[in-house]
Design a binder for this molecule. Structure first.
Ligand code: NAD
Length: 325
């Protein structure tokens, strides 16, 4: 399967959450392709620094706004028609689930509906950034897109999991009933430069602790697994979906599955740290295991992750080393 590039020079693309970790990398590639990109962000978890290198770029505009309040329709960068809309905005760390629950619910519901309406009005391709969290604590391993998941609808993670599930349902309804050209990507654990050191997710936490020589805090016994993906691989997958006419949902990530204990140990080794690994109380509903079945991504998009995990971790460590210095 070969997907040819649909969006490039002359196309206007809106990326919500554009000042965030994954979206800012996505924007770099869209700009390199020749697209005109409008990033919309309220900086709740993102930072202007992530797109500072594009500040003077003639094809880039950063608009400060809350996507849950609707688009600022009269803003000169927002008013003209978009060819593609990528809804990437949402706090995404388990730490945020406790501190920003209502904001997460709103950006994964109200904002999604606003953006879907705009995509229909513009005749734009719409891409929804969903998550492996849609599978909850999965009872099927690896997770195929046909698996409906095992989510606690009232647990502390539900604000994120259920909002993304609502966004998926809304995207499919607009696709089926309003003829929207839409795609849903289920993103698995992704890491890389531009994550926040205090983000709360395992990789930035472990790296920051290792670089500071502090104990590495692994939750529970550390036997729980995640499949980790370097951001460049994910961005390639997302753009393949954007360029295709597939609606998905399609998993994106890697099959490189590691236990949290193994991850902590490799980070200690790669940073050359003297940190010890300690075990702290695990949060409720923390999934036991995560690994995407990538068959659909491979057969429908020609997706293949290619970055060696050790190399990805080295690049990320280097970024954090510079930041912490
Ligand atoms: P991030 O927090 O770095 O980026 C999210 C961005 O959205 C931030 O810049 C934030 O300020 C912005 N934002 C949040 N609410 C907003 C609102 N109401 N209006 C405007 N902007 C808003 O996180 P990330 O890891 O880059 O995640 C990007 C997207 O990918 C999210 O939708 C997330 O759910 C999804 N995702 C990420 C992962 C991962 O492993 N990184 C996994 C699954 C899904």
């Amino acid at each position: 399967m070969v997907v040819s590039q649909r969006f490039g020079e002359g196309h206007r693309v809106l990326v919500t959450g554009g000042a965030g970790f994954v979206p800012s990398h996505l924007i770099d590639v869209l700009i390199a392709r020749g697209c005109t990109v409008v990033a919309l962000d309220n900086f709740v978890t993102g930072s202007k620094e992530n797109v500072a290198h594009l500040a003077d770029h003639p094809r880039f505009t950063l608009v400060e706004a809350d996507a849950s309040e609707g688009l600022p329709a009269h803003h000169p960068a927002i008013a003209p028609r978009f060819d593609a809309i990528l809804h990437m905005a949402s706090p995404a760390s388990p730490k945020d689930f406790a501190t920003l629950p209502i904001e997460i619910l709103r950006v994964g519901s109200v904002a999604t509906l606003h953006l879907l309406d705009r995509a229909v009005a513009d005749g734009a391709r719409f891409l929804m950034a969903s998550t492996s969290e849609a599978y909850g604590d999965p009872q099927v391993h690896p997770q195929t897109e046909t698996y409906w998941g095992n989510v606690n609808p009232v647990g502390i993670r539900s604000v994120y999991d259920e909002a993304k599930r609502f966004s998926e349902a809304a995207t499919m309804a607009y696709h089926r009933h309003r003829g929207l050209d839409a795609g849903i990507v289920r993103i698995f654990n992704t890491y890389g430069p531009r994550m926040r050191p205090d983000d709360g997710r395992a990789i930035p936490t472990f790296i920051s602790q290792a670089l500071r020589g502090e104990p590495i805090t692994v939750h529970g016994t550390g036997a729980q697994t995640r499949s980790i993906c370097y951001v460049d691989d994910l961005v390639r997958g997302i753009l393949l979906l954007l360029d295709s006419t597939q609606s998905g949902p399609i998993n994106c990530g890697t099959e490189h599955e590691v236990t949290m204990r193994q991850l902590a140990e490799s980070i200690v080794e790669l940073t050359g740290s003297t940190s010890s690994v300690t075990y702290v109380t695990r949060t409720s509903d923390d999934p036991e295991m995560r690994r995407p079945d990538l068959t659909l991504a491979r057969t429908r998009l020609g997706y293949e992750p290619s970055i060696d995990p050790e190399e990805g971790l080295r690049r990320t460590i280097e970024y954090f080393r510079q930041r912490l210095e």
